[in-house]
Write a protein that binds this ligand. Structure first.
Ligand code: MN3
Length: 206
């Protein structure tokens, strides 16, 4: 049974950066609906005992196109939102502190430069989708973007997500209207780099 991550904060705790109505709708409606539909599709496909990541990596073996689409869209919607919401915090650590910070400095020059690259990817994602900071198993970082609810596991390139930035209009339209870039700036105000760093450590220490 796939379940939404329990939020470690109240719906209004990310104000003024992410407003309470967006949180109620995004987590309480959109994410809840993806999770419900993913559970139904996983049950139907006989893969309910697998992890979401295992399901994403074996989507090509699902023969029924409608079922494959349901697993992809709702599974991505389930997983990506868990990944997104659990990295937000009203009291975020504003930068990584250990090896991740050193790798960012080396590759991008500074954390601000990495954030600028993520913002460019997020603003440039045409239509609905996500921007990502990903790593390969060796710890090399890359910035990517995906359409719809796709995620790096579905691309089969061995990339492991570290940070997910939701740029569907439902993530920002109630407060920021058409100003996606303003929402992205606000996202970084509540992004907890401690969580991102823990994910990185889990990959490189495996
Ligand atoms: Mn969303």
């Amino acid at each position: 049974m796939f379940e939404q991550v329990k939020l470690g904060y109240a719906y209004d705790a990310l104000e003024p950066y992410i407003d309470v109505l967006t949180m109620e709708t995004h987590y309480g409606k959109h994410h809840a609906a993806y999770t419900k539909a993913f559970n139904e599709a996983a049950e139907k496909a006989g893969v309910a005992g697998k992890s979401a990541v295992e399901i994403f990596k074996s989507l090509e073996f699902v023969a029924d196109p409608a079922l494959k689409k349901a697993l992809r869209n709702n599974g991505g919607g389930y997983f990506n939102h868990n990944f997104y919401f659990e990295a937000l915090s009203p009291t975020p650590q504003k930068a990584p502190s250990g090896r991740l910070m050193r790798v960012i400095d080396k590759k991008y020059g500074s954390l601000d430069a990495l954030k600028a690259e993520l913002k460019t990817a997020a603003v440039g994602q045409f239509g609905s989708g996500w921007a990502w900071l990903v790593t390969d198993e060796a710890g090399n970082l890359y910035v990517t973007a995906s359409a719809n609810q796709d995620n790096p596991y579905m691309e089969g390139k061995g990339m492991i997500p570290l940070l997910a930035l939701d740029v569907w209009e439902h993530a920002y339209y109630l407060k920021y209207k058409n100003l996606r870039a303003s929402y992205i700036d606000a996202f970084f105000e509540v992004l907890d780099w401690k969580v991102v760093e823990e994910r990185y450590e889990a990959v490189i220490n495996k």
